[in-house]
Write a protein that binds this ligand. Structure first.
Ligand SMILES: [Zn+2]
Length: 97
């Protein structure tokens, strides 16, 4: 179901949606306002998140010819395309500071 065909910001992010509670790579609970540190490989977009940012569950990562998708049983899945865009936004945000 979409309204007017316009994508809402954050839509489809699932495990990446804000606010983020857990680190994607370690699953540890983050304190409020803390940004998870991304490994250099993850920052390059080459490393999929392993844990859901919402609940810290280990996600099922499936690699396919065009990239990968990581799925949380509760919060849905995120694919490499979304992740790369997300990492890019994160970098731009840091650069702007
Ligand atoms: Zn989850």
């Amino acid at each position: 179901m979409s309204i007017g065909g316009a994508a809402t910001e954050g839509e489809g992010l699932g495990p990446l949606a804000e606010p983020r509670l857990h680190c994607w790579h370690t699953g540890v609970l983050l304190s409020e306002g803390e940004a998870p540190a991304l490994s250099p490989n993850a920052r390059a977009g080459g490393e999929p998140p392993r844990f859901c940012g919402q609940c810290g569950r280990r996600m099922v990562v499936q690699v396919h010819p065009r990239g990968w998708s990581a799925t949380c049983s509760r919060h849905g899945s995120v694919d490499s395309e979304v992740w790369e865009r997300f990492v890019l936004q994160q970098k731009l945000r840091e650069t702007a500071q």
